[in-house]
Design a protein around this ligand. Sequence first.
Ligand code: PGA
Length: 253
Amino acid sequence: MRKQIAAANWKMNLTYQQGTTLLQDLVTADISLKENQSAVFAVPFPYLEMAIDTVHHKYNFFIAAQNCSDKKSGAFTGEVSAEMLNSIDINYCLVGHSERREYFNESNALLAGKVNICLANNITPVFCCGEALQTREDNKQNTFVEQQLRESLFHLSKDEILKIVIAYEPIWAIGTGKTASTEQAQEMHAHIRQVLKNQYGESIAEQISILYGGSVKAANAKEIFGSKDVDGGLVGGASLVATEFTAIIKALK
Ligand code: PGA
């Protein structure tokens, strides 16, 4: 069975104290994950070590970075490398969130480099893709997302692609309160899996987790996660409230 993942993306929110309290509330909540389920928390860089310490005894809770550099090391003031993340036992890193693509001009080619450097440092990239509203209105979302996958992931070998988690996040649904319908999400997830199948074969495509992101909350998580090709969610706003995110974790298949 594919891994089912509830991933929190705190973005640039919460003070250190608020973040610590939130994680403590989550580790003490009545959550017991099954073997195929994980909860992943993408927290701001200065909170990573606190977060690792807070969740380390909790079964299948993991900490992620929200970004890393595409460069190995050196004179890149303000950047954080995948090697640094690995050196403090970070297991996951978001790659190519739409906010990074939009505000920091991250291209598909640059993101291919970030994927490579994560894998070289034993970090699972959570590769984000998804179309803007105009692209969907033009009904070009399938080819758009396919191109994102092709240009950032399809240089990978079969062994490598198996280490990737994909998050489909339609930009028009992020932070807007407007979720994709269950049908829209399932349709795109099936398309992504088909594209993976064409490139890598069925058995590999069936093993890759594809998360949905965009206004997931406690009230809609169960329905969204219930679709055949949806393997959990990447959650922004609702991950900042312990009771909300607890319910989202519990909605995993
Ligand atoms: P949202 O954000 O849940 O607040 O829509 C999702 C994301 O950007 O990962």
